[in-house]
Design a protein. Structure first.
Length: 301
């Protein structure tokens, strides 16, 4: 997050100008007509670097906003929140996390606002359609919700579940172990698979996109070459219960893959898209995750 890109796009420069953002109507929310909740802070000219400028914006973005007042226009609020989130990728993680906790603390004065921010954060940072996925940014929002004493258990349930999935699936952590029932009826555990690198391909036999992805990956020349050279072990994980009928169909997949079923693995891993690929190193540490089949092909090429 705190690594400055070598070349900034024109859009990024516009973001840093603040005045341009406040007047910009691109990406309007339905019914918002480009309206924003307030004028965005203007960065002093004495602050030069990209990271320091965005740090300033994040720190001062909401400072004059009254979180205790009812939010009248959700569309306008969400449009403003999305602009706020846009700065995260250029700011320092410590500044971002600290500011998230500060605004969530202020929002506790109005339960409806607090819950709305949690919902908007989910749409902006976690949902499959979010423009900016960031576990390390979304987790502080989740922690604030889960630790909040004014909320009922059922109000926290979804966020608590998401938090557990993300904590179990963070990049840089060792992937959770699980058992696969293979097409021949035998069993193998993830941690027992000896490989320089593991591609975990999570999919479902009832998913049309999964079927297309299986076909495309099974015929990918680069992937097959890496498998043949022992550089990668490809594990095709069907997120469903083992059955003889399933095994018969799964045998038609690539004979270069380890193919198995586990109907509980979806409750252990963050799998926001289907199909989804995790990349693990030799020690089963997560290097990358939630990669599409197209994303894998691009990486291999």
């Amino acid at each position: 997050m705190n690594v400055i890109k070598g070349v900034l796009s024109f859009f990024a420069i516009l973001l840093l100008s603040c005045q341009a953002i406040a007047q910009d109507t691109v990406g309007e929310e339905p019914g918002a007509a480009g309206e924003r909740l307030f004028d965005y802070p203007v960065v002093p000219d004495t602050i030069v670097s990209l990271e320091n400028r965005t740090n300033y914006l994040v720190q001062h973005f909401w400072e004059n906003y009254d979180f205790s007042a009812p939010i009248r226009d959700v569309g306008v609020f969400e449009a403003t929140f999305r602009d706020y989130v846009t700065f995260f990728k250029y700011a320092h993680k410590t500044i971002v996390v600290s500011n998230i906790k500060e605004i969530m603390r202020k929002a506790e004065s109005n339960k409806a606002n607090f819950m709305l921010i949690a919902e908007v954060a989910e749409r902006s940072l976690y949902s499959p359609s979010a423009e900016y996925w960031s576990d390390e940014v979304y987790i502080p929002f989740l922690e604030c919700v889960v630790e909040n004493n004014m909320l009922k258990k059922e109000e926290k349930a979804r966020y608590k579940y998401q938090l557990e999935l993300l904590q179990n699936s963070m990049m840089g952590r060792k992937a959770m172990n699980f058992e696969l029932r293979l097409v021949d009826g035998s069993k193998v555990k993830l941690w027992d698979i000896d490989a320089k690198m593991v591609f975990l391909f999570f999919n479902d036999s009832e998913c049309g996109d999964c079927s297309i992805a299986r076909l495309r990956l099974s015929t990918d020349v680069n992937l097959n070459k890496m498998i043949d050279n022992g550089e990668v072990v490809f594990v095709c994980v069907y997120m469903e219960k083992y059955s003889d009928e399933w095994a018969q169909k799964a045998r038609t997949d690539s004979d270069k893959w380890i193919i198995g079923a586990n109907d509980e693995v979806a409750d252990k891993y963050d799998l926001r898209i289907q199909p989804s690929v995790y990349i693990l190193d030799a020690n089963k540490v997560i290097l990358d995750k939630n990669i599409s089949a197209d994303g894998i092909k691009q990486l291999l090429n």
